[in-house]
Ligand binder design. Structure first.
Ligand code: PMV
Length: 342
């Protein structure tokens, strides 16, 4: 069997993607930073088979055959079949593992689907399948068709996905690294992920995006996200941390407000999510430390801060926050350089 292995990171959005059109086209542009320690490693092995009438693959997760991942991957293969017309010609073995705890509530779809997309893009390259885009852009397009936010994990540092007039090269089809100037305060920016709830998500992101279709505030929200991306671009270049914190916290609460005001409505924050947010606000006010929170579509809190206050924030985490984390678990991560072929 031939094989290829990629390690790909998760990412955390600063301006959130929530709402999409057919074919995984985002309703608004988003920007994230790519993480460093929270990764999925995927090995794709393949051999040619006789008939080419169906998709043939096995999925192994952390050493165990894992049939529960099959429907998602089958749906992904169907969506990318037009781009990789050789898929049905091979039997695949997909072996995957995460560096973060299983069902920690950390979105594994971004790291998982980007890692698989990179493996498939490498296979396409080895077969000399012509495509008119560069390798990473092609992998990002595949990745978007797996999970929208996964398109951003293909690149390191700050990454934009979705067409925006002020971002050169931005597209709804693939993500693109932010090429404008970024202030040095954001170098090695830190993300401590406080694991509040490790349970299964109450609502899948597919359903969540769908609820934006008839949402009473949707069009205003999509407009706001584009404006916030313009503001974020200026903040990233000026290094204004207060403005950064104000924007990311507002984005996080707006994402959750969209969920609370959809129909059906749902609340993904848990009591400890709010306790942690209150502690962060108190600590920031009392010590003037630039530390801010953001949230994904779940209860965990991502605490963002510049590297220069790391010692102070680590002490604060251990003394005030760890008690609100399930099994006292949290992950110290930071901005990363993007996927690696192993
Ligand atoms: O990539 P999806 O379809 O799982 O959507 C995830 C969207 C958020 O994580 C909530 C926000 C974002 O931009 O990453």
């Amino acid at each position: 069997m031939n094989k290829v292995t990629w390690q790909s990171p998760s990412n955390i959005a600063l301006v959130k993607y929530w709402g999409k059109y057919d074919n995984q086209i985002p309703a608004n542009p988003s920007i994230s930073f790519t993480l460093n320690a929270s990764n999925t490693t995927t090995t794709l092995s393949w051999k040619e088979k006789e008939a080419d009438d169906n998709f043939d693959f096995e999925v192994w997760f952390e050493g165990q055959l894992e049939d529960s991942f099959r429907p998602k991957i089958e749906a992904f293969f169907k969506r990318i079949n037009h781009m990789l017309p050789f898929l049905k010609r091979f039997s695949f073995k997909i072996e995957t593992s995460n560096t973060f705890p299983h069902s920690s509530g950390i979105a594994s779809s971004a790291s998982g689907l980007s890692a698989l997309s990179l493996c498939l893009a490498s296979l396409a390259q080895s077969l000399n399948i012509p495509h008119d885009e560069d390798f990473y852009r092609f992998a990002s397009t595949l990745s978007r068709l797996g999970s929208g936010s996964a398109s951003r994990s293909i690149f390191g540092n700050l990454v934009v996905w979705g067409k925006h007039l002020l971002i050169d090269g931005s597209s709804d089809n693939y993500a693109t690294p932010l090429s404008s100037e970024v202030h040095q305060v954001f170098e090695n920016f830190q993300d401590t992920i406080l694991l509040v709830d490790k349970g299964e998500k109450q609502v899948s992101s597919t359903v969540g995006h769908g609820l934006m279709n008839d949402h009473p505030y949707a069009s205003k929200r999509f407009e706001q996200a584009s404006e916030n991306l313009s503001k974020m671009k200026a903040i990233l270049s000026s290094g204004d941390l207060d403005a950064f914190g104000n924007l990311v916290e507002s984005e996080a609460l707006t994402l959750h407000a969209m969920m609370m005001t959809s129909n059906p409505y749902f609340i993904l924050m848990k009591p400890n999510t709010l306790r942690i947010i209150e502690e962060i606000w108190k600590f920031r006010k009392e010590t003037k430390t630039p530390v801010y929170f953001t949230l994904d579509a779940g209860a965990n809190v991502h605490m963002l801060f510049p590297e220069m206050v790391k010692n102070k924030v680590d002490t604060f985490t251990k003394s005030k926050l760890v008690g609100y984390c399930k099994n006292e678990e949290y992950i110290c991560d930071q901005i990363g350089q993007g996927p690696k072929q192993l």
